[in-house]
Design a protein around this ligand. Structure first.
Ligand code: BJW
Length: 260
């Protein structure tokens, strides 16, 4: 059966590319901080972003943690508390992606660079948090991973091995290997022509995530950038959809779910 035309609200070139998709195409979605901005969380590189307030070299590297663990723990303690603010909730973009996973006929893999838990709270289940999770603590001695909602400090005890002073935020810092790279690499490698790769709310500045689009494109996938505005890497994508994620992502998901 031939696919229905995508809704008129999508740009013509995007609608044209979506018409290439089979209703059971594999979809890989990469998200970044922009998808959570309308939930009240800061991005990193926007004018009002986190890196405008604090130097990443001081808080997001293993060296920073070795030099000044209290400063780094304080940075993540504050972010953890911000995430627990009842006003911070999944927005329509997170919910739309959970709906896509539930209703799309093919596999939908969601890879997020975000350390917040908003995709999880929205109901996405095939979800990879490649830069870690703010609401978990990791023991550098035994490797134990523990749900963590309060502040972390060097007086805390690892619930698994009982050692004191070895818990750190479960965050991938610069120079550390992102998580689940084998699974992500396998999924990208398994993409076939006319599968779909969507990048949402990320500036495309941080590798290896910034390189996923090239891998998907090399496999023949349709590639779409969804962002507030075109990024420096927009030319790497077949098409773009620009505006606030809370509006663009539900519109894109509606268009995809209309494909028959
Ligand atoms: C909206 C919107 C709305 C706004 N709607 N959109 C040279 C030297 C040293 C290292 C490197 C190097 N070159 C490359 C590297 C590797 C390095 C890297 O990429 N560095 C670059 C800065 C150049 N990468 C790494 O180190 C990674 N590891 C690695 O490569 O391992 C391999 C290896 C290991 C050991 C030895 C050798 C090799 C690890 C990267 C870890 C990233 N960690 C962080 C911080 C931790 C998490 C935290 O504290 O929360 O992860 S950095 C930060 O950036 C965070 C994010 O996940 C990541 C990506 O940011 P994101 O999501 O794209 O946010 P922004 O702010 O950049 O963009 C937001 C976008 O949203 C914008 O485009 C807006 O327009 C948009 N937007 N509102 C839609 N409403």
């Amino acid at each position: 059966m031939s696919p229905l035309p995508a809704p008129a609200s999508l740009p013509d070139d995007l609608a044209r590319h979506l018409r290439r998709l089979r209703p059971d195409a594999a979809i890989i979605i990469l998200t970044g901080a922009g998808i959570s901005r309308e939930s009240g969380l800061h991005t990193f590189r926007d004018a009002d972003g986190i890196w405008a307030q604090v130097r990443l070299e001081d808080v997001a590297t293993p060296g920073a943690f070795a030099r000044d663990p209290d400063k780094v723990q304080g940075f993540y303690n504050a972010r953890r508390q911000a995430l627990l603010d009842p006003a911070v909730q999944p927005n329509p973009a997170h919910h739309a992606l959970a709906r896509l996973e539930r209703e799309w006929q093919g596999p939908v893999l969601l890879v997020t660079q975000n350390v917040d838990d908003l995709h999880d709270r929205a109901g996405s289940t095939d979800l990879i948090a490649m830069h870690g999770e703010l609401m978990k603590a990791r023991c550098t001695e035994c490797g134990g991973l523990h749900p963590w909602t309060g502040d972390l400090s060097d007086t805390d005890t690892c619930p698994a091995c009982g050692r004191v002073g070895y818990l750190r935020p479960h965050i991938v810092w610069f120079g550390e290997m992102p998580l689940f790279m084998d699974r992500i690499g396998d999924a990208l490698e398994a993409m076939e022509p006319n599968d779909l790769f969507i990048s949402i709310g990320t500036s495309g500045n941080v590798y290896p995530a910034a390189g996923f689009v090239a891998e998907a494109r090399a496999a023949g996938a349709v590639t779409v950038e969804v962002n507030l505005e075109a990024t420096d890497g927009a030319h790497l994508f077949h098409s773009g959809l620009y505006g606030p994620a809370s509006q663009t992502v539900p519109a894109l998901v509606d268009a995809l779910l209309a494909i028959r």
